[in-house]
Design a protein around this ligand. Structure first.
Ligand code: 26V
Length: 822
């Protein structure tokens, strides 16, 4: 082995300065005397990237040499956010770069602010993928993420006249230091065409098509904190492989000559902005296949270099499907093994199912991916045939197990007998995998009792497991909350907690130390002041950092019930208006903070945003109310916005109808940052409550097992809003917040639409829970104690724990730290 101690990088400030100046002059053609902060960012970032690159190479060379088994995390979304600060902290070079930049008159914080988010995801699912690759790198697991390099990420949200307006996210308009183009890693991906049966074997086909795109790799390094290992996310970008039509060019048709290229780029142009809804659009299917085909070709190319027989693939590669979006990788692997490699169906099937595992992230019916058979058949004729075969063989084994049960076969068939027929991607992913998991205990139980009930019966309990989500302590504490991090380091004695959250249990010894409690609170207070500043610059609204900060930030969706939150704000406003000025001043001051994007085609969610902004406008302008109640909608929620908002919350709301939020991950981030949850008995809230103790969390609302009865009742009976909810309706209907007509559909969804998300059911206990929060908050010592105790008990929710469980129980891989290679 080569001497891997070279991965020690220089900390010498003069050396760093030279490398920054080198990039300024050689990469960006600037003179150091005359640069702005944008150029200072780029030069510094490129110099950090050089250092990462060194370790990236060593990591991958080492893992190749020792023949390590790798895990591949396939996800259509990676919500990475910024990388510069994350990399500085991981490399332990933050102070050095701060000094170098300070010497030329820049403040590191301003330079960090120059970076644009890599927003290649919608919400929880994409951010989870980013936390997971971070944990793999930090825990030295040989693992790669695979995804798509969207030219336009999650749209930017502007608020105009209270409405959401979408603007394109042109994040690649300026140079991106955090990607390495790999023109040498390019694969052809076919679409459409027809099949020719192989005369030698009835199972093999030749797929002929002249619609071929190229997928080219871009590698995004993932800095590991406290290790020299650097992980990787390989993102595919699409171009045509018939780059140039020389005939057209020669005949003077310059535009037409490059027409193919323009059309091809559209495939990876834009991220679908849907969260928890599947639209069944053909372009989306083509994106998914481009992704799956390129990824499988790449994984197999790497495997072939080991010279091992294909039957060893599952010993060298584990592939995790992040929801159903990458499920076409299953038939794609079968196709390559059977048609190109000449394996029998049985051999190929064995390899495939031992390689794949599948994570389900939602049970909302509208999010379940289904593709019309005619569409699949047209775009991917060979894959459609393979899916039919998978289904046939599966149904045959079921028929043997449960002879004559036609109803069972209909229920579990991968092909839904609708008109047109549809391929149920969750069933395909399940049948093609050796393990299926949910993302929190309650969610894993629910999927075993609902969508996969019959599969549990057929394939056995052991295949269906739980892997509760987690979040990265690097980003969601060390990076976003420096003051609280300093306190943690002081208590633990060193920074080891950053890679080992169990160390935080030492905080429990400090709760009786009044001086410590006050410093803890000072850290929270500073974060609140930072957020107040951020609110002022993004909305123009002035809020008091001494009020209770009550936060609900997440995608806008009916099941997440932002509507219930704003109804309670309206009711609160009503109550305050009934009071005398003296009474009012006695009330707890509160800032209610919302942020989140609505899918561009989701009308109801967009009306909810409008209602929040209309309510905010009236309340914030009411002089009688003043600082007693303020309402803000922070525009353009993003990873970076979350890094400001989360550390500043006193209370955060996670109030989905019980049984609808698979896990939630921001709930974990808020509590890790010393905030308290007001939430329903749903998703990971439940496990957070178990860990931190029931005193540290405010639960309300009906339970998951009660939901069905309530819904059934409300299908046939009018909801009975309590006086508080009725008051909120009345205020809206009296045009208190502008034209009531705008919001009537939101009320109708409850009063005439069956109140599917049970707002009328949960509202009374929600208002009670708010009261309990206020009471607890007024007891300052008690509140700070809750905050410290919660953080002390959050170790379960580190994504390091999640990844270790996946590694041991699903992937069968081991940590391979580069420096211990002997
Ligand atoms: C569905 C689709 C359908 C096709 C178009 C693009 C697209 C994008 C996202 C989705 C929804 C996937 C489900 C999802 O995001 N689930 C969330 O996963 C989080 C991580 O496990 C979890 O914490 C949230 O509770 C869950 O809603």
């Amino acid at each position: 082995f080569r001497d891997y101690s070279h991965s020690e990088i220089s900390r010498d400030v003069a050396t760093i300065k030279n490398s920054v100046v080198m990039h300024l002059t050689a990469t960006f053609l600037r003179t150091p005397a005359n640069i702005d902060s944008g150029q200072a960012y780029l030069a510094s970032a490129f110099s950090v990237r050089d250092r990462l690159l060194q370790r990236w190479n060593l990591t991958n060379e080492y893992h190749d040499k020792i023949g390590a088994k790798r895990v591949y995390y396939m996800s259509l979304e990676f919500l990475i956010g910024r990388t510069f600060d994350n990399a500085l902290l991981a490399l332990g070079l933050r102070e050095e770069y701060s000094k170098v930049l300070g010497d030329v008159g820049f403040c590191l914080e301003d330079i960090i602010d120059e970076e644009r988010d890599a927003a290649l995801g919608n919400g929880g699912l994409g951010r989870l993928a980013a936390c997971y690759v971070d944990s793999m790198a930090c825990s030295n697991y040989p693992g790669w993420g695979y995804g798509l390099r969207y030219k336009y990420g999650m749209f930017q949200q502007q608020i105009l006249n209270g409405y959401q307006v979408e603007a394109p996210d042109c994040w690649l308009d300026s140079p991106n230091p955090w990607e390495f183009p790999r023109p040498d890693v390019t694969y052809p991906v076919k679409f459409y065409g027809h099949l020719v049966r192989d005369p030698q074997s009835e199972h093999r086909f030749k797929w002929e098509s002249n619609v071929v795109y190229d997928a080219m790799a871009f590698d995004v390094p993932v800095p590991g904190y406290g290790t020299t290992n650097v992980g990787n996310i390989r993102l595919w970008s699409c171009k045509t492989n018939t780059l140039f039509d020389l005939n057209k060019f020669n005949s003077g048709d310059y535009q037409g000559a490059t027409g193919g290229q323009v059309a091809a780029q559209i495939l990876t142009d834009v991220l679908y902005p849907n969260d928890n809804t599947s639209e069944g659009k053909e372009l989306r299917l083509r994106q998914e296949y481009l992704f799956c085909s390129a990824t499988m070709q790449d994984i197999l190319a790497r495997f072939r270099k080991t010279n091992r027989p294909l039957s060893d693939l599952p010993d060298m590669a584990a592939i995790q499907l992040n929801d159903t979006h990458p499920t076409l990788a299953v038939p794609e692997l079968l196709r390559i093994l059977i048609d190109d490699e000449g394996l029998s169906w049985d051999e190929a099937w064995e390899i495939t199912t031992r390689t794949f595992a599948f994570t389900n992230h939602t049970i909302l019916p509208e999010a379940m991916e289904k593709w019309p058979v005619p569409m699949l058949d047209k775009i991917l004729p060979r894959h459609m045939g393979i899916i039919y075969d998978i289904n046939l063989f599966f149904l045959q084994t079921v028929e043997k197990q449960f002879p004559g049960d036609r109803e069972l076969l209909r229920k579990i068939s991968i092909i839904e007998e609708s008109n047109p027929q549809q391929v149920r991607m969750a069933f395909l992913a399940c049948v093609g995998s050796h393990k299926v998991n949910g993302v929190a205990a309650i969610h894993s139980d629910i999927i075993k009792q609902t969508i996969f009930k019959d599969f549990v019966r057929i394939q056995g309990e052991a295949k269906f497991i739980n892997k509760t989500n987690g979040v990265s302590p690097r980003r969601w504490m060390n990076e976003c909350n420096p003051d609280m991090s300093a306190l943690l380091t002081e208590v633990v004695g060193d920074r080891s907690w950053v890679n080992d959250l169990t160390k935080l249990n030492q905080l429990e010894d400090r709760i009786s130390d009044a001086g410590f409690r006050e410093r803890w609170w000072a850290a929270k207070q500073k974060n609140k002041e930072r957020l107040a500043e951020y609110i002022l610059t993004t909305t123009g609204i002035k809020v008091s950092a001494h009020a209770l900060f009550d936060v609900q930030v997440k995608r806008i969706h009916e099941y997440k019930r932002q509507l219930m939150n704003i109804f309670s704000v309206i009711y609160r406003y009503y109550q305050l208006k009934q009071m005398s000025p003296e009474q009012r001043e006695q009330e707890l001051h509160r800032v209610v903070i919302f942020a989140g994007k609505a899918a561009s085609g989701y009308w109801v969610a967009k009306q909810v945003i409008k209602l929040i902004n209309s309510v905010a406008e009236v309340i914030n302008a009411d002089d009688e109310i003043g600082d007693v109640l303020k309402v803000v909608f922070i525009p353009d929620y993003s990873v970076t916005a979350a890094e400001y908002i989360i550390p500043a919350s006193d209370i955060s709301q996670h109030i989905s109808t019980a049984g609808t939020e698979a896990s939630g991950t921001s709930n974990m981030k808020f509590v890790l940052n010393g905030g308290i949850i007001l939430g329903t008995v749903d998703g990971a809230n439940i496990e957070i409550g178990e860990e931190v103790g029931e005193e540290q969390i405010f639960f309300f609302g009906c339970l998951a097992h009660e939901v069905e009865d309530f819904r059934h009742y409300l299908r046939f009976n009018q909801p009975k809003p309590d006086a508080a909810l009725q008051t909120a309706f009345d205020m809206i209907q009296r045009n208190t917040f502008g034209d009531a007509q705008l919001f009537q559909p939101l009320i109708d969804a409850i009063m005439r639409g069956g109140d599917v998300y049970l707002l009328s059911v949960d509202f009374p206990s929600y208002i009670q829970a708010h009261k309990a929060v206020e009471e607890a908050y007024r007891n300052h010592d008690e509140w700070v104690t809750k905050s410290i105790l919660s953080v002390a008990r959050m170790s379960k929710f580190s994504s390091d724990r999640s990844i270790q469980e996946y590694a041991e129980e699903v992937w069968n891989i081991e940590p391979q730290p580069v420096l211990n290679c002997g």
